[in-house]
Design a protein around this ligand. Structure first.
Ligand SMILES: CC(=O)SCCNC(=O)CCNC(=O)[C@H](O)C(C)(C)COP(=O)(O)OP(=O)(O)OC[C@H]1O[C@@H](n2cnc3c(N)ncnc32)[C@H](O)[C@@H]1OP(=O)(O)O
Ligand SMILES: CCCC(=O)O
Length: 446
């Protein structure tokens, strides 16, 4: 097969390629750093010819051009599988919606439950001599989406790292409708976060001693898991391995500090496995053609049966709040949608199935609102409209700067007592009164 000839045959401009989109279509921008740029701009330029175009994406790193116009919502509707701050802005504008998912199930949604996508547009690496374009930073659910897509337009970006993978990390020119060469913009970066706060350090000081040498790590999205990861990089831990959904800078720091060998991992020995990656240029340089890392579809990385086979699996995630029943909300503030379930529930359940495995949900005990009001993250009941990300039956360790409690096996009053013991002291008395009213407080000697 003459792949170069095929490439030339399918090469076109962004303006020409997006002409395949019709009113009423479902268009997929794929995921995070792989959202299209030149194609998005060209599609936005066609706004006035189009109505009811539904566009999917997730963990959106920059404001899509199609969402910028004041009347954008009359032409396009945005559907996010997982909200970043940008997705929140699109939703606030009234043209965006969240699509709930447990991330491990997303490939199956595309295989079984969703109609084939009319047009997929994504950034990919340049083509190799075998006619393949690599998905770079997002393996995730892309292969299953692309397998059923009616049309696929790839936008080549020379700056996208080539990430070796298990399967589902490339698309061949034969399966592509059009190739567009973009302007090769730098890959969008996610800040590694500021220095760890005193609260982050207090939480890390409780979690890190729970991690044995040889453990396998998953770090969730958000500030605190990454601060803990950075502190693991400076710890005395050794022979760690990585099996995660999202690969972040903290893992690169751990690898640079010689903490990661992957030698005790029963599966994918020696490889750091992830479904997608987002971070700074340091991370992008590290993962590029690096045999130490391996991208894999999210129904592999987030499969509880896979995690169960890896001993000492340690999962560290962040939450918005938790009620006295032990229900964890990691995705909304009442009806205000913030992020999504993502892989949190997958990892909370999977880590517990691993021999020696532990799942940690970490949070600061309080949060300060934009008006300066300090609120407890340990609340009597979840705020009406808030989402239960992890049901009380699935949580393991809950950690704040005031302590760490294991929720497994506890009755309702013991859960309430455990939750209150890690609340900020200023809120404990009120929480006890609330628990009494709720019939889940038992007078004890504490
Ligand atoms: C990735 C893996 O490998 S798998 C599993 C990981 N996935 C998950 O855990 C999914 C769910 N979790 C998450 O999405 C994140 O961890 C979060 C949202 C809980 C925390 O992420 P962070 O980026 O640290 O959140 P941050 O503190 O910046 O808060 C995000 C927003 O929520 C708001 N917020 C946070 N807590 C509260 C609260 N209790 N009440 C009201 N608003 C709140 C913040 O003000 C901020 O809003 P803004 O953008 O309008 O300013
Ligand atoms: C789905 C994106 C990251 C997460 O799991 O929170």
């Amino acid at each position: 097969m003459d792949y170069q000839a095929l490439y030339q045959q399918k090469l076109t401009t962004a303006d020409e390629a997006v002409k395949v989109v019709k009113s009423g279509d479902w268009v997929d921008y794929t995921w995070c750093t792989n959202h299209p740029i030149a194609l998005d701009k060209a599609l936005a330029a066609r706004q006035n010819e189009l109505t009811d175009v539904k566009v999917r994406g997730g963990v959106t790193m920059w404001m899509p051009e199609i969402a910028k116009a004041e009347d954008a919502g009359e032409h396009f509707a945005w559907h996010s599988w997982h909200c970043s701050g940008i997705d929140r802005k699109i939703i606030a504008k009234g043209m965006g919606y969240f699509s709930p998912m447990r991330y491990s199930e997303l490939p199956r949604f595309y295989r079984e439950h969703l109609d084939p996508v009319d047009v997929v547009m994504l950034q990919v690496t340049p083509m190799d001599k075998h006619g393949n374009f690599n998905f770079g930073l997002a393996c995730s659910h892309l292969a299953d989406m692309l397998a059923r897509a009616k049309r696929v337009i790839v936008e080549v970006n020379q700056n996208l790292p080539w990430v070796y993978g298990l399967t589902g990390t490339e698309i061949n020119i034969q399966d592509v409708t059009y190739v567009v060469e973009g302007d090769n913009p730098p890959i969008a970066q996610l800040s590694a976060g500021g220095p760890a706060t005193e609260v982050d350090k207090a939480v890390a000081n409780l979690v890190v001693p729970q991690i044995p040498n040889g453990a396998c790590l998953q770090l969730g999205i958000g500030g605190m898991p990454n601060a803990i990861g950075a502190m693991i990089a400076q710890s005395d831990l050794k022979d760690l391995s990585v099996h995660t959904e999202m690969y972040v800078d903290a893992f690169v720091d751990m690898a640079a500090a010689g903490k990661i060998t992957g030698r005790h991992k029963a599966l994918d020995k020696g490889r750091q496995v992830f479904a997608f990656a987002a971070g700074t240029q340091k991370l992008y340089d590290y993962v590029d053609r690096n045999p130490d890392v391996m991208a894999a579809p999210v129904d592999y990385t987030n499969d509880v049966h896979v995690m169960a086979q890896i001993d000492n699996f340690i999962s560290i995630n962040n939450a918005i709040d938790m009620d006295l029943f032990g229900q964890v909300n990691a995705e909304s503030a009442g009806i205000k949608h913030i992020s999504g379930t993502g892989g949190q529930l997958d990892f909370a359940m999977g880590a517990y199935l691993s021999k020696g495995g532990k799942s940690f949900i970490c949070m600061s005990s309080t949060v300060t609102g934009k008006d300066g009001t300090v609120k407890s993250r340990i609340v009597p009941t979840l705020t009406p409209g808030s989402i239960c990300t992890d049901p009380r039956s699935c949580t393991h360790y809950i950690v704040t700067e005031y302590g760490m409690v294991c929720m497994k096996g506890l009755s309702t009053w013991q859960r309430a007592e455990a939750a209150i013991s890690i609340a900020h002291p200023d809120f404990r008395e009120q929480l006890i009164k609330d628990a009494e009213k709720m019939g889940i407080w038992r007078r004890s000697n504490k």
